[in-house]
Design a protein around this ligand. Sequence first.
Ligand SMILES: Cc1cc2nc3c(=O)[nH]c(=O)nc-3n(C[C@H](O)[C@H](O)[C@H](O)COP(=O)(O)O)c2cc1C
Length: 148
Amino acid sequence: MIVDVLDIPVVSAGGIGDARGVASAFALGAEGVFLGSRFIPTVENPAAESVKQKIVDASASDLLLYRTLPAYYRSLPTPLVEKLVDMDQQGASREEIAQAAGGAGAIRIGMLEGNGEGGIITVGTGITPITKIQTVQEVVDELATGIC
Ligand SMILES: Cc1cc2nc3c(=O)[nH]c(=O)nc-3n(C[C@H](O)[C@H](O)[C@H](O)COP(=O)(O)O)c2cc1C
């Protein structure tokens, strides 16, 4: 629908994890794709090795969803994330949840330092097809086979 009403190139983002996802985006009329989560479990990424492996082992159905600021977040289950989900279900405000989340610091602790206790590991639904830690080159080469 967006492609139909715009006369500028459209880049599709969110939940793309493999070449078929790329092919789907192009089939829908996108001229490019933007991937975030897919590049976290790569050799070059500064995320903790334990976090990369957790992402490889997880799938979209493992992710917890909770409201916070500035938007909804999907995260792998950690004690902190479970607390934030509880707060959300019990009607806490987005401001209260964001305050309990501790801002970007919790993402740094969770993703870069690999501290599963007090941290947040936020990724999108495109993690399901990830089966191993690869180089960025390998990921791009694999994704590019979906460009039609
Ligand atoms: C660790 C991490 C942090 C992110 N932080 C932000 C952010 O601060 N603001 C934002 O708009 N999107 C943020 N995103 C969402 C990315 O923009 C998103 O990854 C992108 O739309 C592509 O979706 P994908 O991760 O499903 O490939 C973040 C994503 C990740 C994985």
